[in-house]
Design a protein around this ligand. Sequence first.
Ligand code: RP5
Length: 208
Amino acid sequence: MFHILDCSVLGLQNLLPWRKLSSVIIWLGSYMLGGEILMAKVGVVIGSDSDWPVFEPGWRLLSEFGVETEVLVASAHRTPDVVREFALSAQEKGIQVLVAVAGAAAHLPGVVASFTLLPVIGVPVSGSVLKGADALLSIAQMPAGIPVGTMAIDGGKNAALYAVSILALSNESLARRLLDYRNAQAEGVRKRNRALQEKIKREQTPAR
Ligand code: RP5
């Protein structure tokens, strides 16, 4: 369950002297009353709006997990200042993990990583003449010193799941949701196996 706590909405900013303190008090009160507050935020930079279809499934998954996202279209070569500003301010905005999605000679994830201590997950996009091999190598083969966790070409969904794994290290609610997701996934495989076994059995039985 989510609690969006804004003192101005509650009209408490006039009663309590420090707005930030009042937010903390309400947050604690809500928590003690049994509400589940999931404080998890992922920042996503995509090199072009043409990259969005690659990350959209991952973005949907993050929403299903209850993870907040901030998405930005910014290019390391076309709008480097915007990329720099986003990466530099990410941590103070509460972002805990960054995902950078880019195609062609995709320096975006490495550039993002150079401006922040947050973990950066890179997603190579297949839309180039080299079908993403160029992006994969430029993200995975970062020279030592500034690492980028690299997903498969077009691996937007795994980028989201990897971000959830990182966040789950310090977030019990998210860890429970990730375990539920894995269990449901495993059950789906078992169900498909049962269906296939039955189909094979039916087709093997000689017709009388
Ligand atoms: C990269 O160039 C982007 O990440 C995108 O994958 C690729 C092509 O960009 P557009 O020409 O579609 O904007 O920077």
